[in-house]
Ligand binder design. Sequence first.
Ligand code: HEC
Length: 124
Amino acid sequence: MESKQAVRQRTIAAIPAVVTLLCLCWVLDGCSTPSRVPAATEVSLPTEALREGSILFAGKCSGCHPGGRSGLGPSIINKPLPSALIRFQTRAGLGVMPAFKNHALTDEQVKNIATYLVYLRKEG
Ligand code: HEC
C-alpha cells in the first residue's frame, strides 16, 4: 500500500506534464482555426461604404461566392478583376449567376459591393 505522501508527490509531479499537454492542444487548435474569416457585419471595416458593401455581399452574393471565394460560382477575389468589371458582371449576370437589375440593387449598392470585394482582395 502506497503512502498518501507518495501518491500526492506523484500527482504534483504530473502537473507540469498535464499543463504542457493542455498548452500544446491549445496552440495546435489555434493554428488550425482560420485566422481571418470575413464576417458579414465586420465592424472593423474602415468606411461606411465598405460596411454596406459587406452586408449586401453577405445577403446577395456570398451564397455562391462565400467570402468572395469559390462556391457555386468562381472565386472573385483571387484575380485582379477591376471594379468596373465586377459591377458589369453584377448587372449583366452570366450563366447561372443572375443579373442584379436596378430594382434589386441601386448603383450605389453595386458600387459598394465592388469596393468591398477589391478591399477584400487587398486586405483578406
Ligand atoms: C446564384 C449564384 C450566384 C449569385 C447569387 C452571384 N453569383 Fe457571381 N457568379 C456565379 C457564377 C456561376 C459565376 C460564373 C459565371 C460563368 O462564368 O458562367 C459568377 C461569376 C461572377 C463574377 C466573375 C468572376 C470571374 O472570374 O470573371 C463576378 C465578379 C461575380 N460573379 C460577382 C458577383 C456579385 C458581386 C454577386 C452579388 C451581387 C454575385 N456574383 C452573385 C454565381 C452567382
